[in-house]
Write a protein that binds this ligand. Structure first.
Ligand code: ADP
Length: 480
């Protein structure tokens, strides 16, 4: 039973039948009550007619007794004669007449105040025998004497009729509920079938079949929307899995080279007897490769932490100008080695709320690349300025751009340079040390701060890397 109830379609059907049953029961009660009131109304109107007939038939006998002419009715078993309860009182409360059907019972005892008007007065009462009666009272003169006439009829027959109707409708209810249950389960099945199909399809999707999608029959309904959301989730999962596979294969590939190099250097060292200096050189080369490996693993760890969301940004407020100067001072020695000049121009003084070490690393990567890939004695220009970014609302953005006089980056590679392990034209880079992770880190750090990093190649050659970061207006100090 509990397994049956646990299915949504069965619960829906039960709810549907339950609510329908309640409404139906309410309807049956109201219909029976209305039927009773309608019959009572009809009885009331019949009583008015009867009252008028009775009023015309009342007369005083010569001895002063009040009587009712019976010869008006053709048959003695006339219904009015049989069922009518009749009582006539004098205005001082004496009973002048009671018909045989009423016997010694009374249709309300002494006259009440509301019975005093000349209009018909309607009221219900219960006789000593327990019978419910609808009584009509009227004050009127009979042969010059004012009397109170009360005509009553038992409401038992109409009560019985209404109860019969109620019983009949209640008897029909189970059949109506059965039909409702059947229809309800059909509707629930029809509505939930696509969900079962979706569940079946999704069950077959594994890590190796993430390219499969759930068919969307109607994108506008709730189930279609759910299919779209699931498909979207599958797409993101597929992308993540692909990235993970790429990452693993890239890492293995990148680790293999320095390891192979360490191995071959070691093998050379092991093959012959060398003098101590030669061994020191061999160990020195091996250590160089090891430190390259360590650097790469550190960078990979930073990327892995950043992408898994473990790295939290530790924001503080600092001057962009100072940050750029700090980054330049880190790279300056390398630039001086190549006789390059780093020219810094701060157009706007800006305070930024960001994670300072990450932003410094992002910037150092850009300037370091400019130094690495530009020829000797060239110039590297760094510019800090405020830009209005209409696309990002009214807030201002700070742009830090690094321009060099190097070989530039071809248009088709401008997006890919920010991918992990992407190195442009290995032969061109063969002289320059690097593993293709610097720009990936810069891209992550800038995006984590809500900014964008991009590259272009100006008409006069070289590369122009720009990072654009949002600045809160209060942190901004205009300086022209
Ligand atoms: P790495 O410098 O370690 O190779 P990066 O991620 O920093 O890795 O850069 C990726 C690639 O983009 C580099 O290998 C290089 O080919 C290209 N690149 C980056 N910066 C510049 C630049 N300023 N000028 C020319 N090429 C660049």
């Amino acid at each position: 039973m509990s397994a049956w109830i646990s299915k949504i379609r069965n619960r829906l059907t039960l709810w549907y039948v339950g609510i329908f049953g309640l409404i139906l029961f309410g309807f049956v009660c109201v219909a029976s009550a209305l039927h009773y009131l309608h019959l009572q109304d009809q009885l009331y109107h019949a009583e008015i007619q009867d009252m008028e007939t009775v009023e015309g038939l009342l007369y005083f006998e010569p001895d002063g007794r009040l009587s009712l002419r019976q010869d008006y009715f053709i048959r003695e078993e006339h219904r009015l004669l049989l069922d009518r309860l009749l009582e006539v009182l004098s205005m001082d409360g004496n009973v002048l007449f009671r018909n045989s059907k009423l016997g010694n019972d009374s249709l309300g005892g002494a006259r009440t105040a509301s019975e005093g008007s000349a209009d018909f007065f309607r009221h219900s009462l219960r006789l000593a025998s327990g019978t419910h009666v609808l009584v009509l009272s009227h004050i009127r003169p009979v042969e010059g004497r004012t009397v109170l006439i009360r005509v009553g009829y038992s409401t038992e027959p109409i009560r019985k009729q209404s109860i019969q109707l109620f019983g009949l409708l209640i008897l029909v209810m189970p059949f109506a509920l059965l039909a409702a249950g059947f229809a309800g389960s059909k509707v629930a099945n029809k509505a939930l079938d696509p969900l079962s199909q979706m569940a079946q399809l999704t069950q077959h999707i594994t890590a190796h079949r993430l390219n499969e999608r759930i068919p969307v029959s109607n994108a506008d309904d709730e189930l279609g929307h759910m299919a779209l959301v699931l498909n979207d989730l599958l797409e993101r999962l597929e992308k993540s899995f692909q990235q993970l596979r790429d990452f693993t294969s890239d890492v293995s590939h990148e680790l293999r080279t320095p390891l192979a190099s360490i191995r071959s250097i070691g093998e050379v060292g092991a093959q012959a007897d060398y003098e101590a200096k030669k061994y020191r050189d061999i160990i020195g080369s091996m250590l160089e490769e090891v430190s390259r490996l360590t650097g790469m693993i550190d960078t990979l760890l930073t990327i892995a932490h950043a992408e898994s969301g473990v790295l939290a940004l530790n924001r503080s407020e600092f001057s962009v100008n100072e940050l750029v100067q700090e980054a330049v001072s880190i790279v300056r020695v390398l630039a001086e080695d190549k006789g390059q000049a780093i020219l810094l121009s701060v157009k706007d003084e800006v305070d930024l709320s960001a994670d300072r070490p990450f932003m410094r690393m992002a910037l150092v990567n850009l300037i370091d690349n400019a130094v690495k890939y530009s020829p000797e004695k060239s110039e590297i220009r760094i510019l800090v300025e405020i830009v209005q970014a209409s696309a990002v609302g009214d807030s201002s953005m700070v742009r830090i751009s690094v321009a060099d006089q190097g070989p530039g980056i071809p248009e088709d590679a401008r997006e890919r340079v920010f991918n992990r392990f992407y190195r442009l034209d290995e032969s061109r880079n063969s002289e320059v040390q690097g593993v293709g992770l610097g720009l990936a880190i810069t891209n992550w750090a800038v995006e984590a701060h809500g900014g964008i990093v991009s590259v272009s190649s100006p008409a006069n050659g070289g590369s122009l890397f720009s990072m654009v970061l949002p600045v809160t207006p209060v942190n901004m100090i205009a300086n022209t």
